[in-house]
Design a protein around this ligand. Structure first.
Ligand SMILES: [Zn+2]
Length: 480
């Protein structure tokens, strides 16, 4: 084939995709957002977040009732009644509802967050701005564990409810605030909510954590607001190797540790093929459309993305995790381990994450096949959840994207698949469309503080994030 023929074949194969246009902004509801003094609202929200960060909800043990009570008190100042539902001693979820003004025309919109935060090593944090300080520094940053994950978001969701009430926004659907416990460990709060209360809630659509706005994500000077529409599933397994116990001084083959090493070598040699999820093509298309040029041309065409971009995505662990089924050994267990004792059983703990389309059973079968030549290997599944996803062709998704970007030409919003999992994974099987979007715009440096010893969020982000969320909720909930 001549070069010209080859090139024209590429162009024929690689038409730009033409997706349907996003839902237009509804007319007549922007007045509600326009009437609010956002600078003042942002100051108030930042002060409230400072207080929320001072409430100790480190998980373990959680103590989420304290956090739920803090939000309940905040809501009650504006006459919003909330319910605390205990799922374990000292551990509660919060539910607060603003009812539709007349008969609702759509299922409720839910604002979901988790009350618990991961532990913090206080001694490693700066003294004045510790994990429970809620300190607001001279640069306008609010410090504390949970500022980004995810008390910051929980607080602006709470204030969104408050502002809907204060601004007397007539609602065509119920808007429900849900703040749940134990997201960081076993998702007990969300499981309780889904099992015991979903019938009363019946969220049609919800926003939760998942994505964020990230500056210079792919290109210098461009911010990408990533809205998570899908989450990888998880398969947590124990791979157990058994063999005869013995003395360390006398190596013989077929001992449990030797078998485990062989099985692990087989698993670490797996080469999962790249599978680009539809959301990634769509995100790249949107970024490419704004970027323009040859790079932009390529990014808008899935075939060219497969040819030119996949290799780059496979080369870096964070992007490789987004396009493959991964398995990572996270620990070991040995029965009666001692330097001179060969135990009869040793165990590797493995965390596998699954793309949509691969069930836990499918991946487990793949692992079993890989180790089939090693004797004495058994698998025990401790957790198996398939991935799930929501369409991004949705008015609330569009509203979040529209308000995050506004009129900016240096920012873009699009769908992503999240490699980690959140409570959204439990909501989607119940029929809710779930989107992960914390409307903060962070530098890579700020992003790295999440779960770190310097977690913080700027007042500017709290202010802007509150406005974005309020306007997006109004777009899909208010009677014009
Ligand atoms: Zn979180």
């Amino acid at each position: 084939m001549t070069l010209r023929l080859a090139l024209s074949a590429v162009l024929v194969l690689s038409c730009a995709t033409t997706p349907p246009p996003p839902t237009p902004a509804p007319a007549g509801v922007e007045k509600f957002g326009n009437a609010i003094d956002w600078a003042k609202a942002g100051d108030e929200a930042s002060q409230a977040l400072s207080g929320y960060l001072q409430v100790d909800t480190f998980n373990p043990p959680g103590n989420e009732t304290r956090g739920a009570q803090y939000l309940a008190d905040l809501l009650s100042k504006d006459g919003i009644v909330s319910e605390l539902v205990e799922f374990a001693p000292g551990r509660s979820n919060l539910i607060a509802r603003l009812k539709a003004t007349g008969a609702p025309t759509e299922k409720p919109l839910c604002l979901l967050s988790h009350l618990d935060v991961v532990p913090a090593e206080t001694e490693l944090w700066p003294k004045e701005t510790g994990p429970l300080s809620g300190a607001i520094d001279g640069d306008g940053f609010i410090w504390g564990r949970g500022a980004l994950d995810m008390k910051g978001m929980g607080l602006i969701e709470t204030m969104t409810l408050v502002w809907l009430k204060r601004a007397n926004v007539p609602l065509r659907r119920d808007v429900i605030l849900l703040a749940v416990g134990d997201e960081e460990v076993d998702n007990l709060g969300m499981k309780h909510l889904v099992e015991k209360q979903w019938d009363q809630l019946d969220c049609g659509v919800l926003v939760n954590e998942g994505g964020l706005g990230i500056k210079n994500l792919l290109f210098e000077g461009q911010t990408v607001f990533a809205i998570s529409v899908a989450e990888k599933g998880a398969l947590w397994i124990k791979m157990k190797a058994s063999g005869e116990a013995g003395h360390g001084s006398t190596p013989v083959p077929q001992r449990a540790p030797t078998r485990l090493i062989r099985a692990m070598q087989a698993i670490s040699g797996r080469q999962p093929p790249p599978q680009i999820h539809a959301s990634l093509y769509e995100l790249l298309r949107r970024i490419g459309e704004q970027k323009g040029g040859v790079t932009g041309f390529i990014m808008q065409r899935p075939t060219l993305v497969n040819w030119f971009v996949t290799g780059k995505l496979m080369a870096k662990p964070p992007t490789r995790a987004g396009i493959t089924n991964t398995c990572q050994v996270t620990g070991f267990d040995g029965k009666g381990s001692a330097p001179n004792v060969i135990p009869s059983q040793v165990t590797a703990i493995i965390d596998c994450r699954l793309l949509p389309g691969t069930t836990p059973e499918m991946l487990l079968a793949e692992l079993k096949e890989l180790v089939k030549d090693v004797e004495g290997i058994e698998f025990e599944v401790s957790n198996g959840d398939a991935a799930n996803e929501s369409t991004w062709e949705d008015p609330f998704f569009d509203a979040l994207a529209r308000h995050a970007v506004g009129t900016r030409t240096d920012a873009i919003a699009g769908p992503v698949l999240s490699p980690g999992y959140t409570d959204s994974l439990l909501a989607r099987p119940k029929g809710a469309r779930a989107y992960g979007m914390v409307p903060f715009e962070l530098s890579q440096e700020e992003l790295a503080t999440m779960h770190g010893r310097n977690e913080r969020v700027s007042k500017q982000n709290v202010t802007k994030g509150l406005e974005v969320l309020f306007r997006a909720v109004v777009d899909v909930s208010a009677v014009p």
